[in-house]
Design a protein around this ligand. Structure first.
Ligand code: SAH
Ligand code: F3S
Length: 480
């Protein structure tokens, strides 16, 4: 089993998504790869194109335009996209009028070069340029190649109401920040998504209100680094010091935003992702403790348990500081679930440093984890300044050790729920059988239980947990 597989399954099939709405003059087929942010961006793109006469289709053969939202985080993610491009090309052979566009991180990374590398591509658009899509599509219709990969200081798509795609009608993503300023040496995101900026809280609240009006029950606030959220009237986070004193004084940070969301919508449930240890302040934990409707689950990537590796990765914290944060979480939020991202075999990683990662995992005993072998990415500081010198076999072996330990801890954490009664938000039919519901508890554990005929998706129900695997809790609805 490898890390990519884990991320596909544990992020509940979010990694790959196709979408479908129908009936209009022009049809666009959109496919998304990568993070939750990409899925939300595809919803923003669907909204932008809807206003320009495009509806979406889930039949790529019926499409006038295929857009693929791409991921560059690891080489394998890019290879997956390349394979899909071959598939689209075969459709273009049957329908020569079909136009094909790439958006997202790979578009930003490769820019116009992408058009040279993939002959059948018509359009390349980066994550900050989606408003330009209607214009780019016109250029393509005129037989021109269209590229816009400009990164923006301001763009948050704040005013665009995403068209919810492939939705279960219960849970939705809402973006709150874009870009990242952290410059972890292994990571391509700061180059593909630009500098960090936050979205106006008023537009966030408005989007959640729209979701509530459509009966959605759970919102996940999204950003590369949500704890760094800071609204002071717009613009790049790094320019905060240049803002007026008034703007600085009235700034809204992440703890305040959480508080605002939870208070305004007491009947909805909130999650957020991703937290960065260096930016997670105690007041965020206190906001979580204060509100029952903020889920008790924190995705807190650590990448490595070794301070020397963390330093080479340019993570702005040590092993000890991370442990201190974990201790605070345990103190302020008893029973809060924790998950991680870990990279095996980063540049120069020794066996002793790898053991530090295993021992940190033993200390925390994470509920879930997303685990990857280090993948050297062109353009990153690690690529430029460090040797990708851990042999492939060693990386794989270390990754497998990390995965095995995580599975042990996941099972241990899940077993603790046996005998307990947990609140579950029903998301829909279980994957295996339509006689069962699936949903998640506050701690983000997937819960599967038989239907009784009295519940529907979107209901909060009490479930008594009777059994588990390392990935799923099994139980029965408690009769009222
Ligand atoms: N802050 C972001 C992180 C994006 S990347 C977020 O919102 O999740 C997600 C994870 O991919 C990282 O935490 C890291 O564990 C992994 N990753 C990033 N670059 C990588 C690389 N070059 N090789 C392997 N894994 C990588
Ligand atoms: Fe990447 Fe580090 Fe930002 S992992 S997204 S540079 S916090």
């Amino acid at each position: 089993m490898d890390g990519e597989k884990i991320i596909d399954e544990s992020k509940q099939g979010l990694a790959t998504m196709t979408i479908g709405l129908q009936q209009n003059t022009k049809k666009v087929y959109i496919e998304s790869y990568g993070c939750q942010m990409n899925i939300n961006d595809s919803e923003i793109v669907a909204s932008i194109l809807k206003g320009k006469g495009f509806n979406t289709t889930d039949d790529m053969k019926a499409a006038d335009l295929i857009l693929v939202n791409t991921c560059s985080i690891r080489e394998k993610a890019e290879q997956t996209v390349r394979k899909r491009l071959e598939k689209y090309q075969s459709i273009k052979k049957i329908n020569p009028k079909l136009k094909i566009g790439v958006m997202g991180c790979m578009a930003e990374r490769l820019k116009a070069k992408f058009l040279e590398e993939e002959q059948m591509l018509d359009l390349v658009v980066g994550p900050d340029a989606y408003r330009d899509l209607p214009h780019l599509i016109e250029e393509v219709a005129d037989g021109k190649e269209a590229v816009n990969v400009l990164l923006s200081k301001e763009e948050t798509y704040a005013d665009i109401a995403p068209v919810r795609l492939n939705s279960n009608g219960v849970t939705a993503f809402v973006s709150i920040t874009r870009g990242c300023d952290n410059m972890c040496t292994f990571c391509v995101v700061p180059f593909t998504r630009g500098r960090e900026r936050s979205r106006d809280p008023k537009s966030i609240i408005k989007e959640i209100q729209d979701l509530k009006d459509q009966n959605f029950k759970e919102v996940t606030l999204l950003g590369q680094n949500v704890d760094s959220y800071l609204w002071f009237g717009g613009g790049l986070k790094k320019d905060f010091d240049k803002a007026s004193q008034e703007a600085q004084k009235n700034a809204v940070d992440f703890a305040q935003l959480l508080d605002m969301c939870a208070t305004t919508f007491p009947e909805m449930r909130f999650r957020f992702s991703t937290s960065n240890p260096q930016d997670m302040k105690l007041d965020v934990l206190h906001s979580m403790a204060k509100h029952k409707n903020i889920c008790k689950y924190i995705h807190l990537p650590v990448q490595s348990g070794s301070s020397s590796v963390l330093k080479r990765m340019n993570r702005q914290h040590t092993r000890e500081e991370y442990i201190e944060l974990i201790d605070n979480i345990r103190k302020i939020l008893p029973g809060c679930a924790l998950s991680h991202d870990i990279i095996a075999g980063f540049c120069g990683e020794t066996e002793a440093e790898h053991k530090d990662t295993l021992s940190l995992m033993e200390y925390v005993k994470y509920d879930f984890g997303f685990m990857f072998a280090y993948s050297d990415r062109p353009g990153t500081p690690a690529h430029k300044n460090m040797a990708d010198d851990v042999p492939h076999e060693t990386k794989k072996r270390r990754l497998n050790e990390i995965i095995a330990l995580q599975q042990k801890h996941s099972l241990l954490r899940m077993k603790k729920f046996i005998g307990q009664e947990v609140e579950v938000l029903i998301e829909g039919d279980s994957k295996k059988s339509n006689q069962y519901w699936k949903g998640r508890n506050s701690q983000n554990a997937m819960v599967v239980f038989p239907k009784t005929g009295h519940e529907k998706p979107g209901d909060f129900v009490q479930v008594k947990i009777e059994d588990c695997t390392s990935a799923t809790l099994l139980g029965k609805v408690k009769s009222k």
